[in-house]
Each structure stands twice: as structure tokens, then as C-alpha cells.
Design a binder for this molecule. Structure first.
Ligand SMILES: Cc1cc2nc3c(=O)[nH]c(=O)nc-3n(C[C@H](O)[C@H](O)[C@H](O)COP(=O)(O)OP(=O)(O)OC[C@H]3O[C@@H](n4cnc5c(N)ncnc54)[C@H](O)[C@@H]3O)c2cc1C
Length: 441
């Protein structure tokens, strides 16, 4: 059955979320536009404004909506989460206020599966409650897209692991209470079988930030994406999460969800750009009338709407595939979900860049200035083309999955669609009934 409608009771909660984000959270985006501020748990804004807002979200039953009820979340499934995330994507503070921000969302899932009782109490519970934030450190300075190049090692020494090596772009490290790091524990096998996840509490001797890297436009030296160095850094043996060598399996679980959630929120950003574009061309006057009198301008509006609708359906369909795979547990469904998630990962940067570009272009100088959020939105396109794995890696996943069931044509020279060959077969098929029909070939 195909049905694009939203359950009426859930729509009411979405409407509440939409109003709440606009009136209560979007002002925070204006007051604190930096990338680091939402993650600072010691700030006045967190204590005085964010905590009370988070309480309201809990009262509405919308807290940590990505998590199952056993972890204090809603377990609402990816499609409903997609509809909610479209609303949260309008604001950089909203995921924090709703308890769905990366990388904490994925790190919580890892701890829920693999942490000891003690680690759950110390790290998972405050993380789920939004009292602490965390870091995920997988990428290394020598390369992120190719894990084969990872060299950060952990060596077992009695009841401890000793970590040596470097990590790069470990987001939110300056505010994090702990780091989940990917480390090579067995260098003698391929990295996808020899890497593990390890928990390193903040302040552990031997873990230091070489520097904090920021995003384009931020002042040098003040960024939250850490260049990390581990030198003889010791953690208890129990801090290795899951089986030794299972690091990549664990990483894929969290990265798949993260990619889909970024895409859902990108739909929200695109819709916001469309609203701004529509308002602008209806109000700005040129040659005696509104900009929207110009056919070229109207076509940009139409193209933008079409592109967003296509993207939105693609994202919700990938969410539906993900729900289905979780429901059936069938590996074939899981493969199909992976194909669709990689599809939205490839589509996201292009749609963001196209939509934000048209919106900022139609705003003229104001659009490219620092007085509108459009240039920042535009830059989130290339950023999402790299974060969580570059576009090419996902194009590769898609192509490999599509080719998995491909078979070579019997006629390798002309292929199975070759019209003369098919015409001969069609003639033969109906030869006894179509004796008088003229055949031109
Ligand atoms: C905002 C942001 C936040 C991030 N947060 C985190 C984090 O919290 N934790 C973490 O571990 N990492 C994080 N990253 C890092 C991210 O995962 C890596 O940037 C990404 O995996 C790419 O690695 P790289 O930057 O080393 O690029 P490279 O691996 O050097 O790749 C650079 C380019 O080379 C090309 N390329 C690479 N491989 C191929 C290929 N096989 N085929 C064709 N072309 C290819 C692509 O064009 C690619 O963009 C973050 C990145 C960003 C931008």
C-alpha cells in the first residue's frame, strides 16, 4: 500500500515542534551563531535557556526521538523521525534542544550496546540526559576516506590498553566528557578486521589536543574539530567496546543513521531557503514590478521546489527502507537500506548547494553578505559532501550494490536490448498469427 499521509495525532506533535522551533529556538541561532556554543555545557545559555527548553521537549514526549524507549527515546521509527528532523533542520540549536545532536546520538547507541554497567552510569546516563557531550574520533590526519591508512594503535599491556597515534577533525572535543576512538588493535589483518572502538575519558594523561580546527569563516585556532594526539595514553582493558576487531561493524551502525539524519535536516534547511526565496521575489521590486514578474526568476523558484520535493521523497523513502530492514532483520533488506542511505548521502550536498545558491543569488548582495544565513547554508553543502565519508565513497557503495546482481549479456557485442535481434525474436514469436503484417526491417 502506498500512503503519503501523516497520522493526525503525530501531525499535532509536529505542529507543536514547528511552532516551538520558530519561536523558542530560532532566536538562539541569531544570538549564538557559532558552531561550538550549542555544545558548551558550562555556559549560561545552556543552564538558563536550553535546560528549560529541553524539559518542555520531554513533556511533549519528543526527547531523543531517534532512540528506542529502552534508552529513554521515542522509538518512533525513521520515517516519523524524518518528519521531525525536517523541522529541526531549520535551526542549528534545535537538535541539541531535542536531544538528537551528532555525534552524541550515535555514541549513545554504541555505549548502550557495549558499555559496562559502570560506564553506562558514568557516561551513557548523563549523555542521554543531555548533561554531557561526547566525541567520535575515527578520521586520521593522513586520510579519512581510506581507513586502510589508519595507524593509531592500541596495544594491550596487562589490564590496560596503551594508545599511540593521531586523530583529526574529532568534533566537539573541547567540550566532551569522553572520546570514542577507532584504534588498530591487530595490525596484521586488514584494517576492517583489525580495528576496535575504545572509550577514552576526557583528561586521561597522554591524550592532548594539538589544535582546534574551525570551519571556513571562523577565527583561526578557535574551532571545535580537534587534531588529537595520543602518546602512551593508558585506559583500562574494559574500555575496549565490543569484541577486538569489531570497530568497523560498530562504526557502520552509527554512521548509517547519522548520514540519514543529516539528510533529513538538510530538507529542513532547503525548505527554509525556499521560504526566503519566495518572500524575496514577492517583495523586491525591479523594472516597475516584483522580481517574480520575471520569467527567469519564476523558473528558479519552480526548479527549487521540484528539486526539494524529489529530495524529500528520496530521504523519506530511504528512512522507510531503513525501518523495514530493522523490522525484518533480512540481510537483503539491510543491503537495500544501505543502497538508499548512500543515495541520499550523494544527493544531499548537491541539493543544498543548488538550493542555497539560487536563494542567495536572488537576494543579490544581501544574499552573499553576513546579514543572512544563506552563505553559511551554502557551505553546508560541501561540508556534508565530506563529513561521514566523501561523495565518491558512497557512489562506489551504490555502484557495487547495483552491480552485485548484474549479469553479462549473452550477446556481449550488441547486448540484450539490440533492436534487430529483438525484432527477429518478436517475428518468430508471432509468426503463425501475423502473416500479413508489414515489417519494415
Ligand atoms: C564538519 C565535519 C565534521 C567532522 N566530524 C568528524 C568526527 O567527529 N569524527 C571523525 O572521525 N571525523 C570527522 N570528520 C571527518 C570526515 O569523516 C572526513 O573528512 C571524511 O571521511 C573524508 O576524509 P578526509 O577529510 O581525510 O578526506 P580524504 O580522505 O583525503 O579525501 C579527500 C577527497 O579525495 C577524494 N577521494 C577520496 N577517496 C576517494 C575514492 N576512493 N574515490 C574517489 N575519490 C576519492 C574525494 O573527493 C574526497 O573528498 C568531519 C568532517 C567534517 C567536514
Amino acid at each position: 500500500m502506498w500512503d503519503f499521509s501523516t497520522d493526525a495525532a503525530f501531525q499535532e506533535r509536529l505542529d507543536w515542534a514547528a511552532g516551538f522551533v520558530r519561536t523558542e529556538i530560532e532566536p538562539l541561532d541569531v544570538l549564538f551563531p557559532g558552531n561550538a556554543e550549542p555544545y558548551d555545557r558550562d555556559s549560561e545559555v545552556f543552564r538558563e535557556v536550553v535546560r528549560p527548553l529541553q524539559r518542555q521537549v520531554r513533556e511533549q514526549g519528543l526527547w531523543a526521538a531517534h532512540l528506542p524507549p529502552s534508552l529513554g527515546g521515542m522509538g518512533m521509527g525513521q520515517v516519523n523521525l524524518g518528519l521531525l528532523n525536517e523541522i529541526l533542520g531549520r535551526s542549528s540549536w534545535a537538535p541539541m534542544v531535542f536531544g538528537t545532536q551528532a555525534p552524541d546520538s550515535g555514541n549513545a547507541e554504541i555505549l548502550a550496546h557495549y558499555a559496562t554497567e559502570e560506564q553506562r552510569k558514568e557516561y551513557l546516563e548523563p549523555l542521554l540526559d543531555g548533561r554531557i557531550v561526547s566525541t567520535f574520533a575515527m578520521t586520521e590526519p593522513t586520510g579519512g576516506a581510506d581507513p586502510g591508512g589508519f595507524t593509531c594503535r592500541a596495544v594491550r599491556d596487562g589490564e590496560e590498553w596503551v594508545i599511540d597515534g593521531e586523530k583529526w577533525f574529532a568534533s566537539n572535543y573541547p567540550h566532551a566528557a569522553f572520546v570514542i576512538a577507532m584504534v588498530v588493535t591487530d595490525p596484521d589483518v586488514p584494517v576492517h578486521k583489525g580495528a576496535s572502538m575504545i572509550l577514552v575519558p576526557a583528561g586521561t594523561p597522554g591524550m592532548e589536543m594539538v589544535r582546534g580546527t574551525g570551519m571556513a569563516g571562523e577565527p583561526l585556532g578557535e574551532g571545535v574539530h580537534a587534531y588529537l594526539r595520543f602518546t602512551g595514553c593508558r585506559v583500562p582493558a574494559a574500555n575496549l567496546l565490543g569484541e577486538p576487531g569489531s570497530g568497523f561493524r560498530i562504526a557502520q551502525t552509527r554512521l548509517g543513521g547519522g548520514r540519514l539524519h543529516h539528510a533529513m535536516r538538510s530538507v529542513g534547511q532547503c525548505r527554509r531557503a525556499l521560504e526566503m526565496m519566495t518572500e524575496r521575489i514577492a517583495s523586491r521590486r525591479t523594472r516597475g514590478g516584483p522580481l517574480s514578474d520575471q520569467q527567469a526568476v519564476r523558473h528558479q523558484l519552480a526548479d527549487t521546489w521540484v528539486q526539494i520535493e524529489q529530495f524529500r521523497l528520496q530521504v523519506l523513502h530511504a528512512a522507510w527502507q531503513t525501518d523495514r530492514a530493522a523490522g525484518t532483520g533480512d540481510p537483503a533488506d539491510a543491503r537495500r537500506a544501505r543502497l538508499h542511505v548512500s543515495g541520499v548521502k550523494v544527493a544531499t550536498p548537491k541539493v543544498l548547494v543548488d538550493v542555497a545558491y539560487r536563494a542567495l543569488h536572488l537576494h543579490g548582495a544581501l544574499g552573499v553578505s553576513n546579514e543572512l544565513p544563506l552563505a553559511k547554508m551554502w557551505n553546508s553543502g560541501p561540508t556534508l559532501g565530506v563529513a561521514d565519508g566523501p561523495t565518491e565513497a558512497h557512489q562506489d557503495v551504490i555502484a557495487r550494490l547495483l552491480l552485485k546482481d548484474a549479469t553479462a549479456a549473452d550477446d556481449q557485442l550488441f547486448g540484450s536490448a539490440h533492436l534487430p535481434t529483438r525484432l527477429a525474436a518478436a517475428r518468430a514469436k508471432y509468426a503463425d498469427r501475423l502473416k500479413e503484417t508489414a515489417v519494415t526491417w
